[in-house]
Design a protein around this ligand. Structure first.
Ligand SMILES: Cc1cc2nc3c(=O)[nH]c(=O)nc-3n(C[C@H](O)[C@H](O)[C@H](O)COP(=O)(O)OP(=O)(O)OC[C@H]3O[C@@H](n4cnc5c(N)ncnc54)[C@H](O)[C@@H]3O)c2cc1C
Length: 280
């Protein structure tokens, strides 16, 4: 028999996790797969389950002072339907799973699952998103790249919840998002790629590039992006050099979805295409 607790509000949830170690369940679309046993058997939850999907405090979406704050228990469908969410984010969320899964899968779950194949992650890295973590006595904000510490690992402790995601509202002139997978829907990524460029007076002012599913965590390098901005402004952008930098950062593996070789080739092509079409 699995013990479970459905708190009435966030305060109750945060108090509950001080005293008992719970398995936090939002949409359950990762957890139910991870914990499944044979046909007809209940999922193998070895600790009590805390249901957070109905907590109103975790389902708010607000825009204030140039930042968008998205509650951790917002489902991808609710984000796609919300007028505050920019079109680019919707383009990314629409390629996650299928409509039925998107109705219950949450953005907080995607982040806390911390898989390098989590499809919201390259976008969140590229936008410098912060993760808001709360326990019963404090609320902290951590850059997503620090929050995720490895494949399936992050810095959350059992007495904390991710309550929201904070994103700067930024405008980019060119945006590319590609999810490469076996099918158009309900398939995890072999590679995912987000690239964005902002121009000012026809000069490159900002660029963001992130790859998913090709290393233990999302690949993004602000140093390389700054080198692209600097060199493109003085006309000395060496695309071969940029590609070779990323080649050292991309460390894909062979798994059931793809091969390391294929992933490397796809990353290189996506990068060449972006640098060629948008930046030169
Ligand atoms: C058929 C199918 C297709 C899928 N396709 C895709 C896909 O295309 N792309 C993709 O990225 N993913 C996909 N997934 C994976 C999954 O749907 C997503 O990762 C989803 O966002 C997980 O959210 P959830 O609310 O269901 O998380 P849950 O399963 O509830 O939780 C996932 C993990 O996060 C923890 N957690 C959740 N919320 C919080 C919180 N607020 N605070 C602290 N810890 C928390 C849980 O304890 C658990 O460890 C798919 C899954 C299925 C079953």
């Amino acid at each position: 028999m699995v013990a479970a607790y459905r708190p009435k509000n966030l305060k109750d949830a945060l108090e509950a996790i001080i005293y008992t170690e719970y398995i936090v369940l939002a949409g359950g679309t990762d957890l139910m797969v991870k914990k499944k046993q044979g046909a007809g058997l209940l999922p193998a939850f070895d600790k009590p389950v805390l249901f957070i999907a109905d907590l109103e405090e975790l389902k708010q979406i607000n825009e204030k002072e140039g930042y968008l704050t998205i509650g951790a228990a917002c489902s991808f469908s609710s984000l796609i339907d919300n007028p505050l969410i920019p079109a680019l984010y919707k383009q990314v969320f629409l390629q996650i799973a299928s409509p039925a899964v998107r109705n219950i899968a949450t953005i907080g779950g995607n982040i806390c699952n911390s898989s390098p194949a989590g499809d919201s992650l390259p976008l969140l890295y590229a936008l410098d998103a912060s993760i808001i973590i709360e326990n019963s006595c404090r609320r902290i904000e951590i850059p997503i790249a620090d929050f995720i510490t490895g494949p399936g690992r992050n810095m959350l402790t059992s007495s904390e919840l991710v309550t929201a995601i904070k994103l700067p509202v930024l405008h980019f002139d060119y945006v590319v998002y590609k999810k490469v997978s076996a099918r158009k829907s309900t398939a995890l990524s072999k590679v995912s790629f987000v690239a964005m460029a902002k121009l000012k007076d026809s000069r490159l002012e900002d660029v963001r590039i992130a790859f998913g599913s090709v290393a233990p965590t999302i690949v993004r390098s602000r140093d390389v992006e700054e080198a692209i901005i600097y060199n493109s402004s003085n006309g000395s952008l060496d695309k071969t050099e940029i590609i070779s930098y990323y080649t050292t950062l991309i460390k894909p593996i062979d798994d059931q979805r793809s091969t390391a070789f294929y992933r490397r080739q796809v990353c290189k092509r996506l990068l060449v295409d972006f640098l060629g079409n948008w930046l030169c």
